[in-house]
Ligand binder design. Structure first.
Ligand code: PXG
Ligand code: PLP
Length: 448
């Protein structure tokens, strides 16, 4: 009888069905004891397996800023599926791939105007790293291969992205990656509870000079950072930090890659983090918000000079200049979703809306200062995070408990390591922010 009740609660899924799916980045054993199932979504809310409405405090996974199940995107996708479901990505093209590439450039800082499509953020990162290495070879500087990331950076899970990534837990199991080194992270204790960009820490960019002194610029291809580190718990860049990185890259002839998988397309209250923070990279990686999360897609956007270098050194015109690409690069359904999604951002003025709502979010989020175990609060645009003091010997326990309590109260928030993260829908209302932060405050209050 118990098993029956449990089964009904779990949307009719059997234990065998639950066990068959090896879930990504999930405590599988815990989840399968008490699954948190989502069955539908509309606007800023999910409906769960018990037919409860749950506020989406992370826009899916930083993907669905325009809200869920938007008619404009659903209609574009369903039309595309029945018109051209797949089109070979290599040697042939379909019109929407070129239209979307051109449309993406409207959202880019001046000078970034060549777009390579991938199926995800991880693929975008590995593509960008390969382009960087190949670029220097094409220029006759083939020793420039080392890639510099940053501690606490997250660049997806493929081998390149994992290697430049700086979250130990995501690397420890997998043995040797590729040749990298890492800048120090920018989370300084003296900046705790900063609102927006922290004042101190621009000097941390000088770490790059130390790595150049160690490896020599003739061996370094590129530096990759998130302009605002997302997964490690929303770390806005210190004032002046990114500019300094840009100067050091220019001085030593190293490419600067901004990984804007989270910050691209509106989350910062500007079209990109690059625009918001006033520093232009040589290559940018994007994904997530590009299609509002509806169809998987990533894009690497590079300066024209990089593209031109490949074209000029490409040999006969029929030869391929970059031996790289994915079966699903520029998938027609993803392109349709991307075009509809970017139109929606623009027509509904959602980027501007992020800018308007972010001070309201900032104030409310920082009202949690002083609540038990809250060790730091950080925010920028519609991204925010709390760091919690660790329970003895269990650094990841408290955020997990708070997130589980929030879920029961009808709020989805993300937990990871010692942080809780929020990535509000661009369509969020003031009242929803109040309810969410109050629920988090209550959940924090329940901690032993
Ligand atoms: N780069 C950055 C900066 C990311 O944030 C990736 C690359 C990889 O993208 P894909 O599409 O391969 O997952 C990401 C992904 C979170 C969270 O809650 C963040 C990501 C994914 C899932 C959860 O912080 N970032
Ligand atoms: N493995 C095999 C055997 C393949 O044939 C392919 C693509 O043709 C891949 C992996 C790569 O798949 P994707 O292009 O979807 O990344």
């Amino acid at each position: 009888m118990d098993a029956m009740i449990k089964t009904e609660q779990n949307c009719g899924l059997s234990q065998e069905q639950l066990d068959a799916h090896w879930m990504p980045f999930t405590g599988n054993r815990d989840f399968k004891k008490d699954p948190r199932l989502i069955t539908s979504a509309k606007g800023n809310y999910f409906i769960d397996g018990d037919n409860r409405q749950v506020f989406d405090g992370l826009s899916g996974m930083w993907t669905c800023g325009a809200g869920h199940c938007r008619d404009e995107i659903s209609e574009a996708v369903s039309k595309q599926v029945s018109e051209l479901d797949y089109s070979p990505a290599f040697q042939y093209g379909h019109p929407k791939a070129f239209q979307l590439a051109h449309r993406i450039c409207d959202f880019m800082p001046e000078g970034l105007n060549r777009v390579f499509f991938t199926g995800s953020g991880s693929e975008a990162v590995d593509t960008a790293l390969k382009i960087a290495r190949a670029y220097w070879r094409k220029k006759g500087m083939g020793t420039k291969t080392r890639l510099i990331g940053r501690v606490k950076g997250y660049h997806g899970v493929n081998y390149g992205g994992m290697s430049v990534g700086g979250i130990a837990g995501n690397r420890a199991l997998y043995g040797q990656g590729i040749d990298t080194d890492h800048l120090s992270h920018t989370l300084l204790p003296e900046n705790a509870f900063s609102k927006g960009m922290p004042e101190k820490g621009a000097y941390l960019a000088d770490d790059l000079e130390n790595l150049v002194a160690l490896h020599d610029a003739s061996n370094i291809a590129a530096v990759i950072v998130e302009p605002l580190a997302g997964s490690a718990g929303v770390l806005p860049p210190p004032v002046g930090y990114l500019k300094r990185l840009r100067e050091i890259c220019d001085k030593h002839n190293m490419l600067l890659i901004f990984d804007e998988v989270i910050t691209g397309f509106g989350r910062m209250g500007a079209k990109t983090g690059s625009e918001e923070f006033g520093v232009v990279p040589d290559i940018m990686t994007t994904a997530k918000q590009l299609t509002n999360g509806v169809i998987p897609m990533g894009a690497v956007i590079s300066k024209q000079e990089i593209y031109d270098t490949f074209m000029e050194a490409g040999g006969p015109d029929y030869m391929l200049e970059l031996p790289h690409g994915y079966t699903y690069s520029a998938h027609p359904v993803a392109c349709a979703a991307g075009l509809a999604s970017l139109d929606l951002l623009e027509n509904d003025k959602l980027v501007e809306r992020v800018k308007t709502m972010s001070p309201i979010f900032e104030e409310k989020l920082h009202s949690l200062k002083g609540v038990k175990y809250v060790a730091d609060i950080r925010n920028y645009g519609l991204a925010g995070a709390l760091t919690l003091e660790s329970a003895p010997g269990e650094p990841a326990l408290r955020p997990y408990l708070v997130a589980m309590s929030c879920w029961k109260k009808g709020f989805y928030v993300r937990y990871g390591g010692d942080t809780l993260q929020l990535g509000l829908p661009f369509t969020v209302e003031v009242e929803e922010i109040d309810l969410l932060i109050n629920a988090m405050g209550d959940a924090l209050g329940e901690l032993a």
